[in-house]
Design a binder for this molecule. Structure first.
Ligand SMILES: [Zn+2]
Ligand SMILES: [Zn+2]
Length: 271
């Protein structure tokens, strides 16, 4: 029997957390989405939203964390993630080597003196680092498969698609949807129940920032249609976008494509 999945939105901001009153409706933490598949718990990116995992997702002994890349906004939550200190927990973290530096060495540099008082060796959890390559497929304990695709982003990013026979979520943050990547990205998103989309900008903002490695919500609506996906879930908002601005963008977006949701932290979608 197919079990339902729960997709929890834990962090919706790009670049920087926004702990300002005018950002509290959509949320101020950086990228983090968790999918509770029952036997497996897959977390996409470890931004500052990761700290809220326990508040929205039932406890799992094993947690699989898939990093799109190691830009600071996507790993900020790892510095103070309580399960890392729990000897009863098993954590698997996935990412790629970049610029001749192994994935392990990247995390060792980031999390450790003088940038942080503790290093990877200080954590009590069983910590498994997996160096992956775009194109790899990973199978989770519940039999779900995670597929990967190279994203179009400065220093490179990995996009993920989690699926089993019944459910599918495509996670495509930190990717600029330009012509060269569009066909492969469309295939990757094909038929996904939920498409988590990089809505760092609207089209007007995107035109001012070509090459930054981000997309617009208008492109998300187009991609949902082209790929025949279910719901497009916008995320990775600029830290400068207030709730008032996002509410207006969401109103416009829903008029253009009713299957559109602007992600708000605390939202849990059942698939
Ligand atoms: Zn980012
Ligand atoms: Zn980035």
């Amino acid at each position: 029997m197919d079990q339902s999945w729960a997709l929890a939105v834990l962090g919706v901001r790009g670049s920087l957390p926004s702990a300002r009153r005018e950002c509290m409706e959509y949320g101020g933490d950086t990228s983090c989405f968790a999918v509770d598949c029952g036997r497996s718990l897959a977390v996409f990116d470890a931004g500052s939203g990761l700290q809220k995992l326990a508040a929205y997702v039932p406890e799992h002994m094993r947690i699989d964390i898939f990093l799109s890349h190691v830009h600071i906004d996507h790993v900020l939550g790892l510095f103070a993630f309580p399960p890392l200190h729990d000897p009863g927990k098993e954590l698997h973290i996935y990412g790629e080597a970049r610029g001749g530096v192994s994935f392990r060495d990247q995390l060792n540099t980031l999390i450790g003196p003088p940038y942080w008082p503790l290093g990877l060796a200080d954590f009590k959890a069983r910590l498994m680092l997996h160096e992956i390559f775009p194109g790899d497929e990973i199978t989770l304990p519940g039999g779900e498969v995670v597929r990967t695709l190279r994203g179009n982003h400065p220093n490179g990013s990995i996009l993920y698609r989690l699926e089993n026979g019944a459910h599918s979520v495509a996670y495509t943050l930190d990717c600029e949807c330009t012509d060269p990547i569009r066909p492969a990205l469309t295939d990757f998103c094909r038929g996904a129940q939920v498409l988590v989309w990089d809505a760092s900008f609207d089209n007007e903002g995107l035109a001012r920032c070509p090459g930054w490695g981000h997309s617009s919500w208008e492109q998300g609506i187009e991609m949902r249609r082209a790929a025949g996906a279910g719901t497009v879930l916008m995320a990775h908002y600029s830290q400068n976008y207030s709730d008032t601005f996002l509410r207006e963008q969401e109103r416009l977006a829903r008029r253009a494509g009713p299957e559109t949701i602007f992600a708000k932290e605390g939202l849990v979608m059942t698939l």
